[in-house]
Design a protein around this ligand. Structure first.
Ligand code: M6R
Length: 609
């Protein structure tokens, strides 16, 4: 999704903005631009394409000498990626320039209103109404103009705003879209995410909902929606900028795949005490509350939703209560039945996915208890949920999630096991066994990662496939969903995940000579049935890669290739099985020469509905 940066200080602003925007490239974008302000007014440079294209334009224009400006990477929603639709948007009067992340839902209405007052529009975007509306509301006081304009805005927005009349300040405002403020010495920053400004400052805070910040080089003043001054606790970022660099790997995705053993250890270790008991550290949800929960809903988007689908099977078995996984984008529109005995578990790497945030708010409005599983500390979802369990996976830059997925999975497992123990559904001894199996996951993944050549080889046989089918039953089906998403999002190969028993109800007509089928066969209770399903597709000409348990001696006799998953306890299988499939997707995309970390049309943090 769109990325915003802004700087006010003493440095040359143009190279700083370009560099900061490069650090937000992972979010996904199709055009970029900057607006600089000085006594001479506001100057805009923007273009469709990459930041390298913008850099060429900016460099050919020569040094601006400016030290205040805003920048933007746009992920097109309203209007095609084009020079004119790119941000920043400058009001026709030349007085106000705006960068926007989010969607102005009532922009058609606002356009009509402003047009009736003589304003003209040159783009197809929803964002252009913001610069014109602020201009319309402006009569000398920038903060008053922004607040007056905001009263008319419906939708989500993080905004960076500059005024030609006030060349030494930036105004920032947010609702439902993230925005952080960075504090420096004689300089201050705004950004959509920390890596953009980490080179310059480690002292940051997140703007809260509907807060407005006025940044000058010497100070940052923040006001809540009532206009009251608010103070924020400044967070000092400990992680190194290197954590957001590739560290010798060709792509962030492979680096993050390789980081999974360590990331999982960091998620799990602090939550297990010396006796092997699980510590969740909840402040609001007491043990008694957890005992009283009589149903669970897991809600999330994309891969985080797939974690929910795996967890649904496990939690239902351990807790013996109804557990459902629901797409966050559907959740609040489906009139969910929730009450104070429902636990809604919200899962999100970024903590900013708008659908997931809205699902969380729906759950809270209906009185449900809420726990979020989040990677980005102090993100909106983390802040708004009743309890938060952080995955502590470190920054995940690749659009295709890997280590966040894996850490979310172990964390939701720990939550489920603890609840089952409290409710007397798992004995202390069973809990200890499950916990020690979870602790073995990092070494199991290390074993898989010590032999990436096998997946590289298999990928080299199939990277020209037109279509791939992933089959599985029960948890293996849940994992198929994730494996299929991973492949299609980065390699652009059409792929589908099917519950293996469902294939013959229609989809098997797509299987023909040479079609690649990846059969996940780690769920022991249904192995015989999976073997029958493999035979069915083989009989129609499919080539089959089977992912099997280490001790499986049957499946290898029917599949074309087998990938063995090391044995370390039933609960570990989902965490291990996904790893070769992440590698498969990665190597296929690499052989196809795809832009692996920034797949076309995708964004890392999806901050629009
Ligand atoms: O930040 P979130 O975990 O809320 O993001 C949810 C999805 O957008 C995300 O998992 C997406 O599906 C990934 N690109 C998958 O690799």
């Amino acid at each position: 999704m769109c990325g915003i940066v802004g700087y006010v200080g003493e440095r040359a602003v143009t190279p700083l903005l370009l560099e900061a925007l490069e650090k937000l490239e992972y979010r996904g974008y199709d055009s970029a631009g900057i607006a600089l302000v000085s006594d001479g007014g506001i100057e805009i440079q923007k273009t469709r394409g990459r930041i390298a294209d913008l850099r060429r334009i900016v460099e050919s224009a020569g040094d601006s000498g400016c030290t205040v400006g805003i920048g933007h990477t746009r992920w097109a929603t309203h209007g095609e990626p084009s020079d004119v639709n790119s941000h920043p948007h400058l009001s026709k009067s030349g007085r106000v320039a705006v960068v926007h992340n989010g969607i102005i839902e009532n922009y058609i209405e606002l356009r009509a209103f402003l047009s009736a007052h003589g304003y003209e529009f040159s783009t197809e975007t929803d964002s252009e109404v913001v610069s014109e509306l602020i201009d319309y509301c402006y009569s000398g006081d920038p903060v008053a103009a922004v607040r007056k304009a905001e009263l008319q805005l419906r939708g989500s927005y993080a905004l960076g705003i500059i005024f030609a009349d006030f060349p030494e300040q930036i105004i920032a405002l947010r609702k439902d879209s993230p925005l952080i403020i960075g504090i420096g010495e004689n300089e201050n920053f705004i950004a959509s995410d920390i890596p953009a400004i980490l080179k310059y400052t480690r002292d940051v805070f997140r703007l809260d909902e509907r807060e407005l910040a006025v940044l000058s080089k010497k100070r940052v003043a923040v006001f809540n929606e009532l206009g009251e001054r608010v103070e924020h606790v400044i967070e000092h970022i400990e992680w190194d900028a290197g954590a957001a660099e590739k560290g010798g790997y060709p792509h962030f995705m492979i680096k993050e795949i390789m980081e999974q053993p360590e990331a999982i250890s960091k998620t799990v270790a602090p939550r297990i005490d010396a006796n092997g008991d699980i510590l969740l550290g909840f402040k609001s949800l007491s043990d008694e509350d957890l005992k009283n929960i009589d149903s669970i809903k897991l809600t999330a988007c994309g891969s985080a939703y797939h974690v929910g689908v795996v967890a649904k099977h496990l939690l239902k078995k351990w807790l013996d209560i109804p557990v459902e996984a629901e797409l966050a984008s559907e959740f609040r529109y489906d009139d969910p039945i929730l009450n104070e005995r429902t636990l809604v578990i919200v899962i999100s790497q970024s903590g900013e996915t708008l659908d997931t945030l809205y699902a969380l708010r729906e759950a809270k409005n209906k009185g449900a208890r809420t726990v979020s599983i989040v990677n980005v500390v102090a993100s909106s979802i983390a802040n708004e949920s009743e309890e938060v369990l952080y995955t502590w996976a470190g920054p995940e830059i690749s659009v295709a999630t890997t280590k966040a997925y894996s850490t979310q999975l172990v964390l939701v497992e720990l939550l489920g096991i603890r609840m089952a123990q409290l409710r007397g559904k798992l004995s202390d001894c069973e809990v200890k066994e499950l916990v020690s199996a979870i602790k073995c996951i990092p070494s199991g993944i290390e074993t898989i990662l010590s032999d990436v050549q096998t997946m590289q080889y298999v990928a080299s046989l199939y990277f020209n496939s037109q279509s791939v089918f992933f089959l599985g039953r029960n948890i293996d089906f849940a994992l198929s969903l994730e494996a299929s998403l991973k492949l299609k999002e980065i390699s652009y190969i059409h792929s589908e995940a099917y519950a293996a028993g469902e294939l013959k109800h229609g989809t098997i007509s797509l299987i023909e000579d040479g079609t690649l089928v990846i059969a996940l066969c780690t769920y022991r209770p249904l192995l015989d049935k999976m073997i029958s399903n493999i035979k069915e597709v083989k009989a129609r000409g499919a080539k089959v890669i089977a992912i099997i348990n280490e001790d499986d001696i049957q499946t290898g006799t029917v599949a074309d290739h087998i990938i063995r998953i090391p044995e370390c306890g039933e609960i570990s299988a989902p965490s291990l099985t996904i790893v070769p499939l992440q590698l498969f997707a990665y190597y296929i995309a690499s052989l196809k020469g795809c832009d692996i970390d920034k797949p076309r049309n995708l964004a890392k943090s999806v901050t629009v509905e």
